[in-house]
Design a protein around this ligand. Structure first.
Ligand code: HEC
Ligand code: HEC
Length: 129
C-alpha cells in the first residue's frame, strides 16, 4: 500500500514538472489558427528568430500560451473585427503598437516583391494558400 502511494506521488510530481517543460521546449508546428474556412497553419519552426514573448505576450504579468481567440482575449466575432484588439487585427494590422503577424512579415519582406506577396498577401500567400 505504502509503495503504491509513493509511486503515485512520484508520478504526480514528475508530471507537474515535466508538463511545463515540454510545453516550453517544444512548441509545435501545424497549429491551426481560428476563424477562416480554411485554417491558416502556424509553424513555430519557421519563427525561431522571434522571442516567445513577442507573440505570447504577458497577461497580468504572467507568461501565457492560450489561444489568441480565447474568450475574453482577442474577439473572433465578425462584429468586433474593426476593434484594435480583435483577433483579425492582432494578426493583420500594420498600424498596431505591438508587432502583428503582418507587420513583422512586411518588415521581413522589405522591398522584395515576391516575398511581399508570400508573406503579406491574401489569397495565394503562404498564409492563405
Ligand atoms: C511568431 C509568433 C510566435 C512565437 C515567436 C512563438 N509562438 Fe507559440 N504560438 C504562436 C501561435 C500563433 C500559436 C497558436 C495560437 C492559437 O491557436 O490561437 C502558438 C501556440 C503555442 C503553444 C500552445 C499550442 C501548442 O500545441 O503548442 C505553446 C505551448 C507555445 N506556442 C509555446 C511557444 C514557445 C515556448 C515559444 C518560444 C520558444 C513560442 N511559442 C514562440 C505564435 C508564436
Ligand atoms: C517577429 C516576426 C514575425 C511574426 C510576429 C510572425 N511571423 Fe510569420 N514569418 C516571419 C518570417 C521572417 C517568415 C519567413 C520565414 C522563411 O521564409 O523562412 C515567416 C513565415 C510565415 C509563414 C510561411 C512559412 C510557414 O511556416 O508556412 C506563415 C504561414 C506565417 N509566417 C504565419 C504567421 C502567423 C499566423 C503569425 C502570427 C500569429 C506570424 N507568422 C507572425 C516572421 C514573423
Amino acid at each position: 500500500m505504502r509503495k503504491q502511494l509513493f509511486i503515485a506521488l512520484v508520478a504526480v510530481f514528475a508530471l507537474a514538472f515535466a508538463l511545463p517543460l515540454v510545453a516550453a521546449d517544444a512548441p509545435a508546428d501545424g497549429l491551426k489558427m481560428q476563424s477562416t474556412k480554411k485554417p491558416v497553419v502556424f509553424n513555430h519552426s519557421t519563427h525561431k528568430t522571434a522571442k516567445c514573448v513577442d507573440c505570447h505576450h504577458l497577461v497580468d504579468g504572467k507568461e501565457n500560451f492560450q489561444k489568441c481567440g480565447t474568450a475574453g482575449c482577442h474577439s473572433t466575432d465578425a462584429a468586433d473585427k474593426k476593434k484594435a484588439d480583435s483577433y483579425y487585427n492582432v494578426i493583420h494590422s500594420k498600424k498596431a503598437k505591438m508587432s502583428t503577424c503582418i507587420s513583422c512579415h512586411a518588415e521581413a519582406a522589405g522591398g522584395d516583391k515576391a516575398k511581399k506577396k508570400e508573406l503579406t498577401g491574401c489569397k495565394g500567400s503562404k498564409c492563405h494558400p
